[in-house]
Design a protein around this ligand. Structure first.
Ligand code: SF4
Length: 113
């Protein structure tokens, strides 16, 4: 992936609701044709999705990053799912007993192999 493709992907990923293609090329400071080529490569790689969108009667596209499935083994420790999933507490990770307990399970699992 080129530096510009990585930058484009990063911009798309940081706009969780998506970004218009017409805004992307302005942010990247490139022309629309070059932007189209970058978008096509990201689409072909399955990293983003493109939805047709009309803005002031002009057709453009809304670009959104595709969410990737998470490997469940990465969020499980001792049969317990990572407590941060769906957590609505006020978050101070260094002081969170839920997270500490979960990490303790993780270490135990590693230790027990
Ligand atoms: S660290 Fe604790 S408070 Fe923060 S999101 Fe995770 S479980 Fe919730």
């Amino acid at each position: 992936m080129t530096e510009q493709e990585e930058e484009a992907l990063h911009i798309i990923q940081t706009h969780r609701q998506g970004i218009l293609q017409s805004e992307l090329w302005k942010e990247l400071n490139i022309d629309s044709r070059k932007c189209s080529r970058i978008v096509k490569r990201l689409l072909d790689a399955g990293l983003i999705e493109r939805i047709e969108y009309r803005s002031d009667g002009i057709r453009t596209y809304l670009l959104r990053a595709k969410t990737r499935a998470i490997d469940p083994s990465l969020i499980l420790a001792g049969g317990e799912i990572l407590p941060c999933i769906g957590c609505e507490r006020e978050c101070v990770p260094e002081e969170c007993s839920l997270l500490l307990d979960w990490m303790y399970q993780l270490v135990l699992e590693e230790y027990q192999g």
